[in-house]
Design a protein around this ligand. Structure first.
Ligand SMILES: [Zn+2]
Length: 465
């Protein structure tokens, strides 16, 4: 019985770990590597295991850094079930289709622009067909319902409060006379965030595999963040430019829409035109509203009272490329919410190209920016960035709103862990080294055995607990 760390050990993206129980292999997530050195080549590389030998996958949530290589896993021979909850199934369908379309577009662009005569054509990592095929392997399990996913492996999903349908995974593993209970945190949300419920406390276990994205940081208070957001928008109106908000299509977008709608008068939003410029985010928002049973109390009350979530009267949904390009003819008055969240692709990149060099414009980051991404370069204060090969001066005002994170901060992570009885030992994943080490030290200070997982490390679970 063992646990092997592959992706998201020592970094934030590419989550992927493997449990071996009674000779069977259970994969925990199969995420895409984003940012960092040569992510495309790393995503294309062979898995450090035989995909055909994986018996089942447990998917903690729909974000692409947890789900993005599932079509590739299938392409390389995986035919087993993928367990996740119903809301995650609905979201991952959208995420993987978008990812496949992006891969195909990138490959086409590469072939059009850079292919040398006689050189082999660039291939997408996977196609839309691959992304659709893998969804036939998805099996849904609601929160709280125990299910045997492989002989000797039982799981229970608990709400992780990170995005809709996100789960922490509690696993009971049996091999011969040995039994071990392992909790995989998935990505954990903040307590008291809008729309979503708080992360659910986990039951007793022998070992915790835990994310550490913000393990060494404390977020700003939400109230202060909202105040800052309102002040940015009011100042931006006076400055006469546009506001760009790069946002993940799933989770952050819905949260921002919710806050804009609930603060519509206080933030004087009547003067603006708000654009949701992302077909994927539009679709994901629809999925959110279909799963109102998973909302927190406040959002459920909105739904009960208004029969809908708060809506923005000046919101325009942009599905087509023409609608998106029309925004670029607006010199001011536009608040544009578009993906990708880390500016690694998608429509936000075009809007940045048009607005980044304009000092009267504002860019508002509301989420984590991984190393090596365009978003990180802008957040880090780079004066010049390259977009589609051209140098662009960064003259717009750049803001980072820490309190919006879909990830819990150190207090949240310690609070979630503290609710697990018996202080089980912890292995930290899904964090850059300094974040994981910060959380490790905080856990150790509280008397917990904590280690930072390194890629390739194999943990013998008989000895581990
Ligand atoms: Zn996530």
């Amino acid at each position: 019985m063992q646990l092997e760390f592959y992706g998201a050990a020592g970094e934030v993206t590419g989550s992927c770990h493997i449990l071996v129980v009674g000779g069977r292999r259970l994969l925990l997530d199969c995420g895409m590597i984003q940012g960092g050195a040569a992510p495309d080549a790393r995503n294309r590389a062979a898995f450090p295991f035989d995909a055909a030998q994986v018996d089942a996958v447990v998917l903690s949530h729909a974000h692409i850094d947890h789900s993005g290589r599932l079509p590739l896993l299938r392409k390389r021979g995986f035919r087993g079930p993928i367990y996740t909850n119903p809301a995650c199934r609905d979201l991952v369908r959208i995420m993987l289709a978008d990812s496949a379309n992006m891969q195909q577009r990138d490959a086409e662009r590469e072939n059009r622009k850079h292919r040398r005569p006689g050189a082999p054509a660039a291939e997408p990592l996977y196609t839309l067909d691959d992304a659709l095929d893998v969804q036939r392997q998805v099996r849904v399990v609601p929160y709280g319902q125990p299910v045997e996913v492989l002989p000797g492996v039982e799981l229970v999903f608990r709400d992780a409060g990170h995005i809709l349908g996100s789960a922490s995974v509690w696993l009971r593993l049996r091999e011969g006379g040995l039994e071990r209970r392992v909790t995989f945190s998935g990505d954990l949300g903040q307590y008291d965030s809008p729309i979503l419920r708080d992360p659910e406390p986990g039951p007793a276990c022998d070992l915790v595999l835990m994310e550490s994205t913000y393990g060494a940081r404390l977020h700003r208070e939400r109230a202060a963040t909202l105040e800052e957001f309102g002040a940015i928008l009011r100042a931006a109106r006076r400055d006469g430019g546009n506001v760009l908000i790069p946002a993940f299509a799933v989770g952050r977008t819905q949260e921002i829409l919710y806050e804009l709608a609930t603060h519509f008068d206080a933030w004087q939003l009547g003067d603006w035109q708000v654009f949701l410029d992302s077909p994927m985010a539009i679709e994901a928002t629809g999925v959110y509203w279909q799963h109102a049973d998973l909302f927190d109390e406040e959002a459920r009350q909105w739904v009960a009272r208004e029969r809908a979530l708060p809506s923005l009267p000046n919101l325009k949904l942009c599905r087509t490329a023409d609608e998106s390009m029309a925004i670029n003819r607006m010199p001011n008055g536009a608040i544009v919410i578009a993906g990708s969240g880390m500016c690694t692709g998608g429509r936000i990149v075009h809007h940045l190209k048009h607005n980044l060099a304009r000092p009267e414009c504002d860019v508002v980051f509301t989420g984590f920016q991984a190393q090596g991404t365009l978003g990180r370069a802008i957040v880090d204060g780079r004066e010049l960035v390259r977009i589609h090969g051209s140098p662009i001066k960064v003259a717009a005002r750049v803001h980072t709103l820490g309190g919006f994170s879909a990830h819990g901060d150190q207090h949240d992570l310690l609070r979630w862990y503290g609710a697990i009885p018996g202080r089980p030992p912890v292995w930290l994943v899904h964090g850059e080294a300094s974040a994981a080490e910060g959380l490790r030290d905080a856990l150790r200070a509280g008397g917990t055995r904590a280690e930072v997982a390194q890629p390739g490390v194999v943990l013998d679970l008989q000895a581990a607990a």
